[in-house]
Design a protein around this ligand. Sequence first.
Ligand code: 6CS
Ligand code: FE
Length: 311
Amino acid sequence: MDTRTDDFYPTRLERPTPSFERLDPVVHSTGTDRTDGPLSETELAQYERDGFLVFNRFLDPSTVRRFREDLRAYEEDDSILRSEGTITEPGKQEIRSIFGIHELSDRFDQLTRDPKILAMVRQLLGSDAYIHQSRINFKPGFHGKGFDWHSDFETWHAEDGMPRMRAVSFSIALTDNTPFNGPLMLIPGSHKTFVPCVGRTPEDNYQSSLKKQELGVPNEQDLAALVDRNGIKAPTGPAGSLIIFECNTLHASNANMSPWPRSNLFFVYNSVENQLEAPYCGNKPRPDFLGNRTNTRALMPNDSRDARKTG
Ligand code: 6CS
Ligand code: FE
């Protein structure tokens, strides 16, 4: 398959291809878009260097408790359990992920437009933004399987047609993230390198990849080289903690061998100037709950009521 002229990040190729330096800035904002926001210049520089930031007390415990009550309700709700956006653990009944969570729940929808979150998004993306994808990864105790090493951007470029690296994930811990229940692992600095992956993408790949990802996993040599250079970080923290990570930062997580669930909420913000094209792998677009193409208007901050204190 010939590479498209607008494909700056060819991947899912027939043979191993060398990694190369990303072509996009990490922090896209300049001027007052960069300086007038909650992230300090030190934090912006750290995000530029590492590809992620960690804040341990972003949501207050009472707010997190309300979100967690919603999760319990979803686990009992047959219509949600049957929906296409709900993924169960391989060979199990336990929920692995629920996609499109901000369209299921007003509480989650409100949080996507929290003024502080949107102000940080503007500093990082340098523009207005919309939700490309939202999900909760439940990672239940004992049965929550891991997620193999990958760059989200590599998948969103190949399978959703995301043209450039101008998207960011906000991951909020809804349960404590400990060293024992499969916390998110990230390779600092890996966001600066694009690692093309081998393998043609089958149609409807998402129907298996969301349970266990086979394609878009960098080879061990490339992974080892990046880890040798920068190590691995596994931020832990109480429920309510926030990890902001750049769309191309390599991340993974281990299976949960503890009794304690590791349930994290993910909001993915994409710049309104980076709207999805046709998927670069050549397949038909994935469903909207994975790569949103229909509701791409710029998100406006909530009114003065602070979404993080939703009643
Ligand atoms: O395919 C996707 O969009 C999903 N897959 C992974 C492993 N991370 C990003 C996203 O949730
Ligand atoms: Fe991911």
